[in-house]
Design a protein around this ligand. Structure first.
Ligand code: PMP
Length: 412
């Protein structure tokens, strides 16, 4: 029997808000299940961008005129809404960036450079996105520090015991995915953070795949940094956030130099602005940050618990139905997952499966999902990945399963 929450979840009404979903692709209704790559945007987000440029486009923070004040207020209102969304103590702890990649690069290039010395260690997991591998490799190489990797099990999970074995008095930074984009695994981040803090290491959570699906609370988690991308949470592309604890951000050197991040500049000496502006050099993507507030509003109005319940239901349904497909192997069977269904069809390249699904109007992602080391761990070049959002339905999963059955039927 369905719960009251699930019954009150009106997916048809939600889909109405997403104009892009109302189209045919290759003669079939679009089945968009590539949400881990980027989610679609509700009309209120699209209209907010339009409204900003139509009525109050202006540069922020420095202007005294009416439009500049309006733009500044709207920009800062989004910061406040992100603060509340992740439950940061203060809005100054929220820095706007281009997205998760830039947020992690920022921490590696500032905190990492400042705090890593030869022989120190940074710990990541074997299921990280390249964005949470390469910035650490770069700073480790520069500083003579070492990158340690928590291994991944056949189910796609990591073990706390393995983490404990890697932790030492040399560990300075632990940087892990809250949820895996390639497998959907939700990592035991709370325990990781507690153990890392006992070893006096700081923890960054790559929450790109967590914030759209889970109730995220940076104070309850006690993470030191968190990175996320708004385009995966029904907002615009090219904008995201870095959360950091105030006392850590204040100690960190700036990332980029330029306008906005300074207090006073002379040719002899420059003093830096307070957080968050110290880390926000140059004119940001004002329109898309402003519109992000509508994406947060969209999620909040549905409620993250209700979104989580609904998506879990879809995930369970899809996981069970995929077992009906001959020659299909699910990659990533962790006990705790977000809505990611990664799989291979034995005897067929993931790219070919993706092309055949596209011919049926089904949008999935194929390949290594920017997790090449993880694919290597499973002995695969890549997978086919269906990833779910709040507007997806069981009927869409049926369309996927039927198409896969036909494709599998052609494998000799
Ligand atoms: N980390 C994870 C877990 C991701 O899924 C992604 C996006 N696929 C990123 C980092 C990078 O995000 P962005 O491209 O928005 O910077």
């Amino acid at each position: 029997m369905e719960t009251a929450t699930k019954q009150s979840f009106d997916v048809a009404a939600i889909r109405e808000q997403f104009p892009v979903l109302k189209q045919e692709v290759n003669g079939y209704p679009l089945t968009y299940i590539d949400n881990a790559a980027t989610s679609q945007k509700p009309l209120r987000v699209i209209e907010a961008v339009n409204h900003y440029y139509t009525f109050y486009n202006s540069n922020i923070h420095r202007g005294v005129h009416t439009l500049a004040e309006k733009a500044t207020n709207a920009f800062e209102a989004t910061r406040k809404s992100i603060q509340q969304f992740i439950n940061a103590r203060e809005s100054e702890e929220v820095i706007f960036t281009k997205g998760t990649s830039e947020s992690i690069n920022l921490v590696a290039a500032t905190y990492g450079r400042q705090n890593l010395s030869a022989g120190d260690e940074v710990i990541i997991t074997g299921l990280e996105h390249h964005s949470n591998i390469v910035p650490w490799q770069m700073v480790c190489e520069e500083k003579g520090a070492n990158l340690k990797v928590i291994p991944v099990s056949d189910k796609g999970e990591i073990s706390i015991d393995d983490f404990k074995n890697l932790l030492s008095d040399k560990t300075r930074i632990v940087s892990v995915a809250y949820a895996s984009n390639a497998l959907g695994t939700v990592n035991p981040v709370k325990e990781i953070i507690k153990l890392a803090h006992q070893a006096e290491a700081v923890v960054l959570l790559d929450a790109a795949q967590a914030v759209p699906h889970l109730e995220v609370d940076v104070q309850a988690l006690d993470c030191d940094f968190m990175a996320g991308s708004f385009h995966k949470m029904y907002g615009p592309t090219g904008v995201g956030f870095l959360y950091g604890k105030r006392h850590i951000l204040e100690e960190m050197p700036p990332y980029q130099g330029g306008g906005e991040m300074i207090k006073e500049v002379t040719f002899e000496k420059t003093t830096y602005n307070d957080i968050p502006f110290k880390f926000e050099a140059g004119t940001p993507n004002i329109a898309d940050i402003v519109a992000t507030k509508e994406a947060i509003g969209f999620i909040n109005e549905l409620g993250r618990a209700a979104i989580g319940n609904y998506e879990n239901d879809l995930l369970a349904y899809g996981t069970q139905k995929l077992q009906e497909v001959d020659k299909l192997r699910l990659i990533g069977t962790a006990d705790h997952k977000v809505g990611v269904l990664s799989f291979v069809l034995e005897g067929m390249h993931p790219f070919d499966v993706g092309m055949m699904l596209d011919a049926r109007g089904i949008a999935v992602r194929t390949g290594h999902h920017c997790t090449m080391p993880l694919m290597e761990r499973f002995g695969l070049e890549g997978t086919v990945r269906a990833s779910l959002a709040v507007y997806n339905t069981k009927e869409e999963l049926d369309v996927l399963i039927e198409a896969l059955k036909k494709i599998a039927g052609r494998i000799k």
